[in-house]
Write a protein of this length. Structure first.
Lengths: 148, 74
């Protein structure tokens, strides 16, 4: 970028690099992943609210089941689209992220089971699910961040 | 697997970003291939060969694999 003339002339090169990096990070894949993950969290939260405040019945059951599942489906679909949009090396790295997150989640699930047997309070599977997804999303965003 | 990609790139005066743009991959991919951290797929290897108008075996040399099949010690 030529900064010798015009309004950008006074902005130093380091600042331009920082701006470029920020712009590069908020591309459509990152935004799509973050938005779909946010939607999933909202769906999960709404399901919790519905289960607490709605009267027992078929509407409550349908909402509690469909809200998290549909938003999770949207999130998984978005993640897959982003994966498809990456090149072969990034795909390999994303798969490594998924494998790492799955292994950590498996250990966390076993640790949770063992702690529960030892008398620790029961931990909902949704918490483990959230931890696993969050970990995978963070790893995936890190890969994309490094790939700019 | 070793390759002469950095030398070829320098010969053309391209940055890793330039080469990545020409190959439609990320700059990180070019960097990983150049440093030997990643072995490209056949399609990417063919694209690189076509871009530099050289045979694949001239750009990528699989010394270790060749030794494995020929039984050479060096």
């Amino acid at each position: 970028m030529n900064t010798s003339h015009g309004p950008l002339a006074k902005i130093d090169e380091a600042a331009l690099t920082r701006i470029g990096r920020m712009q590069g990070f908020y591309t459509w894949p990152t935004t799509a992943i973050l938005l779909s993950y946010w939607t999933f969290l909202v769906g999960l939260g709404l399901a919790a609210v519905v289960s607490r405040f709605f009267m027992p019945g078929s509407v409550r059951e349908v909402l509690v089941i469909t809200l998290p599942l549909l938003t999770l489906l949207l999130h998984v679909g978005t993640t897959y689209l982003v994966y498809r949009a990456c090149d072969e090396y990034l795909r390999q790295r994303i798969l490594k992220c998924a494998a790492a997150a799955a292994v950590m989640l498996a250990f966390a699930a076993v640790a949770d089971f063992s702690l529960e047997r030892l008398g620790r309070p029961y931990l909902s599977m949704s918490v483990l699910n959230l931890c696993g997804w969050s970990l995978f999303i963070v790893l995936m965003l890190w890969v994309r961040h490094r790939a700019r | 697997m070793i390759n002469i990609l950095p030398a070829l790139r320098a010969q053309h005066g391209w940055t890793q970003g330039d080469l990545a743009a020409k190959l439609a991959v990320s700059r990180q991919t070019v960097n990983a291939v150049e440093t030997g951290r990643y072995e490209p797929s056949l399609s990417l290897a063919f694209a690189i060969a076509a871009l530099f108008a050289l045979p694949i075996e001239q750009i990528f040399q699989a010394h270790r694999i060749a030794r494995k099949f020929t039984g050479e010690s060096n």
